[in-house]
Design a binder for this molecule. Structure first.
Ligand SMILES: [Zn+2]
Length: 208
């Protein structure tokens, strides 16, 4: 067998392997990551307390929520996720953005230059963010070992298929996010989940 034939066989095995792996799906409702300084403005002399651990190690939903005030409306009960981040970031669905009267860019978490700001309030305080309000770009978390197995690289965009009751869907533009502590999981928002009738039991699979 020549080298090319062998490479073609290996390529075929890898692509079969990729499409055989089930990727769990996490559906994110609107939420906020806060810097410690911004948290203190909203909750003076109070602590962030854990409501529930999330799937990604170290991440948790806190018991605290805030209200966002947009030009056209308010959204209440926005969950704060911990731990604290260097910079505050608010993640809304496009439906949330419309309700608030905001036009938001689709960004990867952490890429918040030139994004809109917003005013947040709690029953104890208020805080105006100058930037950091985004619609999160859908993405797949994985460890370096998973990335090696799946032959994908940091920041690469892939396509996945999700089978569902009556609304099976293919998502393009899914960014790969590799981290030592990451567990294999795709993150989408509530609009994307609704578009594909996706539930927490649904799984995604790579497609070409
Ligand atoms: Zn994520």
């Amino acid at each position: 067998m020549n080298d090319q034939a062998l490479l073609d066989i290996i390529g075929g095995i890898v692509s079969n392997l990729k499409s055989a792996i089930s990727i769990p799906i996490g559906i994110s409702n609107k939420h906020i990551h806060l810097s410690q300084a911004d948290f203190q403005k909203l909750f003076p002399n109070k602590q962030m307390t854990v409501l529930k651990e999330l799937n990604q190690p170290g991440e948790f939903a806190s018991e605290q929520t805030v209200t966002a005030i947009g030009p056209k409306g308010e959204l209440r009960n926005i969950r704060i996720l911990g731990p604290f981040r260097k910079e505050s970031q608010v993640e809304f669905s496009m439906t949330d953005a419309r309700q608030l009267g905001l036009k938001l860019p689709i960004r990867l978490s952490g890429e918040i230059e030139h994004t809109p700001g917003i005013t947040l309030k709690s029953e104890f305080g208020e805080c105006t963010l100058e930037k950091g309000v985004i619609v999160a770009k859908r993405h797949i978390h994985m460890s370096p070992a998973d990335a090696k197995l799946l032959q994908v690289t940091q920041g690469e965009c892939v396509n996945v298929r999700v089978n569902s009751e009556g609304r099976s869907i293919i998502f393009e533009d899914c960014a790969i996010r590799i981290g030592e502590k990451f567990k294999l999981e795709m993150h989408i928002d509530t609009d994307e989940a609704n578009a594909g009738n996706i539930t927490p039991q649904s799984v995604a699979r790579f497609v070409e």
